[in-house]
Write a protein that binds this ligand. Structure first.
Ligand code: SMG
Ligand code: MG
Length: 368
């Protein structure tokens, strides 16, 4: 069960179309992977940080520093993912950095033990209902066309990105065009303030599944007030960085639904704890997305197969993001994506794709 070394890999894959949110536009995905090298297997973890610190304070270059200087030095030849998580606990924040190291270690250890991540986490589903997150478009006509194309492919739920000035009319248009049956939700990526409560109340008439992260991540009190004013259920994304923040937000009634992203909460083990908490309280959860390639997507599918994930998540097919994914592509079948059930995360980078990536660092791991 030896861990011999850790490698960092970097590369970039173009998105099939630019993805615009209230905080910016992504045209390609710059990527960082951690590869945990054992004596007979290797494990892969994908870092979900973006190039700029706009979604959260983390960003890719900084993750390379944190992983190299603070996280890899904690590892020993026999480290388990669980041990790594407790050794990394004194390092504040830096959830995305911790999560990609943990994921690589989990993938390696589960391959060595010949078990799948889905089985290890306690998955109860073999396929996961797939939703799609639709970026802000140049016009309402474009939006209707794009949503129509996704629905024709079979996506079971649509999430619209909104921002002040591009919200009520946009939701009205999509609701009118595609009808009351469409599972529809919105995501503001923290673009509003408490002063917008009455404005956001106008969304009530559209029977949305939820509104995701309307206010800044630190404004839990604002979300508590907003949740009392609007009828649309409030779901938190950026605000939830740990089990403790999840419990606090639920205790305060700042939200009634949680978007779980392993990268945002420091890893799959913490994500599972949040899932278990929500399941025990009857709080619905769903798996968010960070424009992951197949490495992150494979692991997210295992997580989303847990019983508390009762809402369709932002895990779409590879083709929604990339012309060529780093792994064998994940495809949509009747609105669902199959959960990998082979060892570890059940996916590996394709050698021909990795050829365009660069190994930017190699670390040897000390014997115990
Ligand atoms: O992976 O399909 C995906 C993206 C889903 O909207 C998505 N993610 O706030 O939930 C969110 C955003 C964060 C990433 S935006 C670049
Ligand atoms: Mg979000």
């Amino acid at each position: 069960m030896t861990l011999l070394g850790v490698e960092l890999w970097r590369g970039e894959i173009d998105l099939v179309s630019p993805f615009r949110t209230s905080f910016g536009t992504e045209a390609s995905r710059e990527l960082l992977y951690v590869r945990a090298v054992g004596d007979s297997h290797a494990g892969w973890g994908e870092c979900v940080a973006m190039v700029e610190p706009n979604y959260s304070s983390e960003y890719l270059e900084n993750c390379i520093q944190v992983v190299s200087r603070f996280l890899v030095p904690l590892l020993r030849a026999d480290s388990s993912a669980e041990e790594f998580v407790s050794l990394a606990a004194p390092i504040r924040g830096n959830y995305m950095s911790k999560a990609c190291v943990e994921a690589a270690l989990l993938d390696l250890r589960l391959r060595q033990q010949n078990i799948s991540l889905a089985k290890f986490l306690g998955a109860t589903k073999t396929r996961v209902a797939s939703g799609v997150s639709v970026g802000i478009q140049d016009s309402l006509d474009d939006l209707v066309r794009v949503v129509g194309e996704y629905l024709a492919l079979g996506y079971l739920r649509v999430k619209l990105k909104i921002e002040p000035g591009t919200d009520i009319e946009l939701v009205r248009t999509v609701r009118k065009e595609f009808g009351d049956e469409l599972l529809l939700q919105v995501d503001a990526n923290a673009a509003y303030t408490s002063a917008d409560a009455e404005h956001l109340k106008k969304l009530d008439e559209f029977n949305l599944l939820l509104i995701e992260q309307p206010l800044p991540e630190d404004d839990l009190a604002g979300h508590v007030k907003l949740a009392k004013i609007i009828n649309t259920p409030v779901c938190l994304d950026e605000s939830i960085t740990s089990f403790d923040t999840a419990r606090g937000a639920l205790d305060l009634e700042a939200c009634s639904i949680i978007n779980i992203k392993p990268g945002r909460v420091g890893g799959y083990l913490e994500a599972k704890k949040i899932h278990d908490l929500c399941l025990s309280r009857g709080v619905p959860v769903w798996c968010g997305g960070m424009l992951e390639t197949g490495i992150g997507r494979a692991a997210n599918l295992a997580l989303a197969a847990l019983p508390g994930f009762t809402l369709p998540g932002d895990i779409s097919a590879s083709a929604r993001y990339f012309a060529r994914d780093i792994t064998k592509p994940f495809t949509l079948e009747n609105g669902h994506i199959e959960v990998p059930n082979t060892v570890g995360i059940g996916a590996k980078p394709l050698p021909e794709m990795l050829a365009d990536f660069k190994k930017i660092a190699t670390f040897e791991i000390a014997a115990n």
